[in-house]
Ligand binder design. Structure first.
Ligand code: FES
Ligand SMILES: [Fe+2]
Length: 422
């Protein structure tokens, strides 16, 4: 349970809010590379952290990410003409380059200096891992761009996806750091029937949470015969989860496949569910993954199966096929979080033993955001300084004589107390 004040601090992400300002200190994945496939192509409207922006690829292939509203009288620049190294507003023709500088005001008198003085807000961008990333914080504090392992995959071994989660980011991520739901919500048999997978057989995983320099990690421990079955999930702040592969007993395509979730706030009541799937050992079958997730969507990234059609939940399927009656693992996750309401009221919840990672994540994130608000410092090792290849999510079996931390040790430099010199 959280107080109303903590719930507000956790969930509000607009400019000037405690959490919004904290999130603006990170590079965040914003637009799929595939949304801007060609120079001078169609601009893309994108809402991020409550701000309406427009992305475009100019004549030279450079990407601009600008305030969507034209500074003249506020028309959406997404309607504009993209060409000759700039985006030209459809109303009176003011034109802006990728840096936000106005380069032309054709309806103003000859010799007008208005264009020179006119700028629109522009955020820096970088391309990596199939996404265009941006930094929306103060210009003086642009952090080093992080080097994540999926950036280095061979062609076809990493695929980026995004779809809108129709609720606040915090309840979206809380659905991903709660291993106990896997044996219920994602159960591949009806309730009361024989379970298919080890995690469905043992419904009471023990969760152990560890603070780290980049956020936290937790292990869900279940019994698997004589051995323990461990799953370590990484939770880097502010909104990531690194999900482990399914291990040796899983079908071949899931054995080594890794999933990265970034729950990027779109605004207070919706989230970009960005996912990177990567597998060092084989190519990711893009369509296969979409079928598995069930997240077919329209051109605005709204799911076809959503809260308005009650996720096409099939009661017959619940009696014969699977627990949820909902097709697609990701849609199942979205359904349980979205039906909490646009912003979950955490003053009314009753947490149990399986919510330890949720509690740890809230505590760590609120503390980090308030530290920034109070003294201007971002806690922990900066993302750009971390060797992310050492931040691994794993599935493994181990005997009682061992501890999971011995199987997946946390490197010394990533312990919570260790701070970078910066
Ligand atoms: S509103 Fe954009 S040029 Fe006039
Ligand atoms: Fe799930």
């Amino acid at each position: 349970m959280l107080s109303q004040a903590d719930n507000e601090a956790l969930t509000r992400v607009g400019p000037g809010t405690v959490m919004g300002e904290y999130m603006r200190r990170f590079w965040i994945p914003a637009v799929l590379e595939s949304e801007l496939p060609e120079n001078d192509g169609k601009p893309v409207r994108i809402r991020l952290l409550g701000e309406d922006l427009v992305a475009f690829r100019d004549t030279e292939g450079r990407v601009g990410l600008l305030d969507e509203r034209c500074p003249h009288r506020g028309t959406s620049l997404a309607l504009g003409v993209n060409g000759e190294c700039g985006l030209r507003c459809l109303f009176h023709g003011w034109k802006f380059d990728v840096n936000g500088q106005c380069t032309d005001t054709p309806a103003e008198p000859e010799g007008s200096t208005l264009a020179k003085a006119m700028r629109v807000k522009a955020y820096p961008v970088r391309s990596a891992g199939g996404m265009i990333w941006t930094y929306m914080g103060p210009k003086e504090t642009v952090p080093e761009f992080p080097h994540f392992p999926w950036f280095d995959m061979p062609e076809g071994h990493c695929e980026a996806f995004k779809v809108i989660y129709e609720c606040n980011y915090a309840q979206s991520i809380e659905g991903a750091i709660d291993s106990a739901h896997a044996g219920v919500l994602h159960r591949e048999s009806p309730w009361g029937h024989e379970a298919k997978w080890p995690h469905e057989k043992d419904l009471r995983p023990k969760l152990e949470v560890e603070q780290t320099s980049y956020g936290l990690r937790y292990c869900a421990v279940r019994k698997d015969g004589e051995l323990n079955h461990g799953r370590v999930t990484q939770i880097p702040l502010p909104f990531y989860t690194f999900i482990p592969p399914d291990g040796e007993k899983a079908p071949a395509h899931r054995r080594h496949r890794r999933l990265i979730n970034a729950f990027v706030p779109r605004d207070d009541v919706s989230t970009w569910h960005v996912q990177f799937f990567y597998d060092p050992t084989q190519v990711i079958e893009r369509q296969h993954r979409i079928d598995e997730a069930g997240t077919y969507h329209d051109e605005n990234f709204i799911k076809h199966v959503n809260i308005r059609n009650w996720y096409n939940q099939d009661r017959g399927m619940m009696r014969t096929t699977n627990m949820s009656g909902i097709v697609g693992i990701a849609v199942q996750d979205h359904a349980v979080s979205e039906t909490m309401g646009p912003i979950a009221d955490r003053t009314k919840e009753h947490l149990g033993r399986t919510d330890m990672a949720v509690v740890g994540w809230r505590r760590a994130l609120l503390k980090a955001a308030r530290t920034l608000a109070d003294n201007g410092t971002v806690e922990g090792t900066p993302q750009g300084d971390i060797d992310w290849s050492k931040v691994t999510a794993e599935t493994f079996l181990y005997p009682d004589t061992q501890h999971w931390k011995d199987v997946v040790p946390l490197p010394e430099e990533l312990h919570a107390a260790v701070k970078s010199a910066a």
